[in-house]
Ligand binder design. Sequence first.
Ligand SMILES: *[C@@H]1O[C@H](CO)[C@@H](O)[C@H](O)[C@H]1NC(C)=O
Ligand SMILES: *[C@@H]1O[C@H](CO)[C@@H](O)[C@H](O)[C@H]1NC(C)=O
Length: 370
Amino acid sequence: MTTKRSLAALAACCLLLPTGCSEERPQPVAEPGIHWNPEQYICYRAARGPTIDGKLDDDAWAAAEWTRDFGDIQGDPAEAPRFRTRAKMLWDDDYFYVAAEMEEPHVWGKLTERDSVIYHDNDFEVFIDPDGDTHDYYELEINALGTEWDLLLTRPYRDDGEARNEWDIAGLETAIFVDGTLNRADDTDLGWSVEIAIPWEALRERANRPVPPTGGDKWRVNFSRVEWRTDFVDGEYVKRHDAETDQPLPEDNWTWSPQGLIRMHYPEMWGFVQFSDKRAGAGADPFFFDGHEQFQWRLRRIYYRQSAFYAAHGRYAEDLAQLDTDGRLGLILGGPAIRLAGDGYDVTLVLPGGGKLHLTEDGRVWKTDE
Ligand SMILES: *[C@@H]1O[C@H](CO)[C@@H](O)[C@H](O)[C@H]1NC(C)=O
Ligand SMILES: *[C@@H]1O[C@H](CO)[C@@H](O)[C@H](O)[C@H]1NC(C)=O
């Protein structure tokens, strides 16, 4: 699910511009095609950490709720996944635990080297942005052989982010359980499950907030499952090819919280995981917003519009009226204010409950108390 900014688009743009590549303009950042309504999950404490063996039979998991079944990444109900996927989360002082169960008639995996491009196999993926500013987030992909690809992203690719593959989740524990046979095409399997323990300590580096979390803290988290269509050739699984192009058919992307477009690297669309100090099974906490999340989304919509404006005009808009051409930005009295700064811009919004929100042209969004 790694989507790089389209170099082909940049090159095409260069050809069209008489002045050459010094004038090149990036493609605008696509706007999600769905209403902003990320999934929510209350993550309770594990009375005792689960045994990481891939089997979700621990008492701790029995007391944790499933997420909703994963759906099509664009949020299109007509594109319902062919197989069920759902997940659970727990935590304790040392670890953030994730479990996923995947229905799968044909469990296979080929990649065995750590930090391979794991989504070239069927996989399960975890994304974590602790402070929700959309920068500095973590990604983990794992296939049915248990091969891991863990990386740190300084920013989304759309904001010229860098993927640091050499970064590892120190102390990461994962295990797979296959309910059936691995890499045997002549029988039918039931599925596979993944059990993951991520040490909080490994997430501290770029969390930009207290780690481990305290009750009520919300982190942005997302899960995705990549599923290729396969055929059986000489007893082996091979990706199904398009008869005309002879390329593999595109992989399906099934996610917990729909993105509204076929991109995973939109942290603003990820689910909200709210940590609770209660033990799983010992009562339910309500999910609550802290009050700035909706406003954060308003700034994000200004960011999308600025990106489109830049692609069209080669500069950023200096006031909101230039961006709100259709009157659909849903602006509010008294804010937000755009300020051009250097080659970029920043937007500031005074929050009704006190404090301010800020967003810069690199997509980062954050809150200050003053
Ligand atoms: C799934 O995501 C990948 C990476 O973004 C994309 O190339 C592929 O076309 C997507 N699959 C479908 C069926 O849209
Ligand atoms: C993951 O992100 C994608 C894109 O924002 C979204 O469609 C999906 O629902 C998210 N899943 C979770 C678990 O948040």
